[in-house]
Design a protein around this ligand. Structure first.
Ligand code: KG4
Ligand code: ZN
Length: 340
């Protein structure tokens, strides 16, 4: 039986996973650095890469232990190449490269956004295509059209902040903790999202791009005007309203993309896809449009290595092994532009 070991260190999670050639997940280990970055209200790149260096060997070892395997049973290595924090990416990439070199096995470079989308296919192998996918995380907010497997066309992306980044920044400003998305979700649960009004920016053209900086500025202005704080009696209302506006902006664009491209399925993935308000609105949209809606289970939404190894298996199966080489290099910036 074939085994693939995946490694993911693009941001602040050190992750490793072992999958079979049939894409059965034998182990998936994720070590979050949340506690390290929490005092700063956001990821500190230098601290992230140092922590990856400290953890990577243990996390890879743990993924093998849980899969009940040793390194000599691994047939291929998969690693996130980018986009992400360059120092963090290099830790995972160098580690996987060294293993592939030593054991003389293939090394498959994986794009992080493509891996997030793959999480939906890992749990739903029969996902009907074509699909429109929304990748929404701390670093990315992008819409893709998937005509067939491993084929992506960029429909729109954020022109400024990512949705998760906007949530993280407002939580940081109010001193609520990091990561901001889950904190805002929890603290806003009892709130009335209609109490404060958040107008959404309108794109002047018919583009499917996103923009969150205007919403963030409006939230900051409201914080000033209402003297909003962590102890304000209407904090829950404010957070529910802000989260609701972010969700509305995401779902509205997805709705327009679905209208325009008439897919068979809708996919929602990335860290922010853990959000209940977003998941509910997404389900409502899919149902209302008569489409099949797919959201990975929460552990597969945030960064993990199972999605990395899964994508590598699919690429090997279809022989689309882009970047299969020890010359692989990390890339910090978004690469899935136009058609891919
Ligand atoms: O995919 P991910 O783990 O890392 C990136 O590729 O960026 O996503 C992390 C992002 C953070 O911005 C975090 O605040 C957000 O996902 N997030 C959430 C929730 N859980 C994580 N946002 C809203 N609601 C959540 N429950
Ligand atoms: Zn991610």
């Amino acid at each position: 039986m074939m085994h693939v070991l995946g490694v993911e260190t693009s941001c602040d999670e050190t992750a490793a996973a072992v999958l079979t050639g049939e894409r059965r997940v034998l182990s998936s280990v994720v070590l979050s650095q949340d506690e390290i970055h929490a005092p700063y209200g956001g990821v500190v790149p230098e601290l992230a890469s140092r922590q990856h260096l400290t953890s990577i060997s243990y996390i890879v070892g743990e993924s093998l232990r849980r899969a009940n395997l040793t390194l000599d049973r691994i047939d291929a290595y998969a690693v996130t190449q980018g986009p992400g924090l360059i120092g963090s990416l290099l830790v995972g990439l160098s580690f996987a490269k060294a293993l592939a070199y030593y054991f003389d096995k293939p090394l498959i470079g994986i794009d992080h956004l493509e891996a997030h989308m793959e999480a939906a296919f890992l749990e739903n192998p029969g996902l009907p295509l074509p699909a429109v996918a929304l990748v929404v995380s701390g670093g990315h907010t992008s819409l893709f059209f998937l005509k067939k497997r491993l084929h992506y066309r960029l429909l729109g992306r954020t022109r400024d902040d990512a949705a998760g980044e906007a949530l993280d920044k407002i939580a940081k400003f109010l001193g609520l903790g990091y990561p901001g998305g889950p904190v805002i979700e929890k603290m806003g649960l009892s709130g009335d999202p209609e109490k404060f009004s958040f107008a959404l920016p309108k794109m002047k053209d018919s583009s499917l791009d996103f923009s969150f900086s205007g919403l963030k500025t409006a939230a900051l202005r409201l914080i000033g005007e209402t003297r909003m704080s962590a102890s304000h009696p209407h904090l829950a209302d404010f957070l529910a309203g802000f989260e609701g506006a972010v969700v509305r902006a995401l779902v509205d664009n997805l709705d327009r993309a679905a209208e325009k491209f008439k897919p068979a399925s809708l996919i929602l993935c990335g860290g922010v896809a853990r959000n209940k308000r977003l998941r509910d609105r997404f389900d409502g949209l899919a149902r209302g449009s008569g489409l099949a809606g797919f959201v990975p289970s929460p552990a597969l939404c945030t960064d993990n290595a199972a999605m990395v190894a899964a994508l590598a298996v699919e690429k090997m199966r279809t022989k689309k092994k882009t970047g299969l080489s020890l010359d692989l290099d990390a890339y910090p910036r978004f690469r899935l532009t136009a058609e891919y």
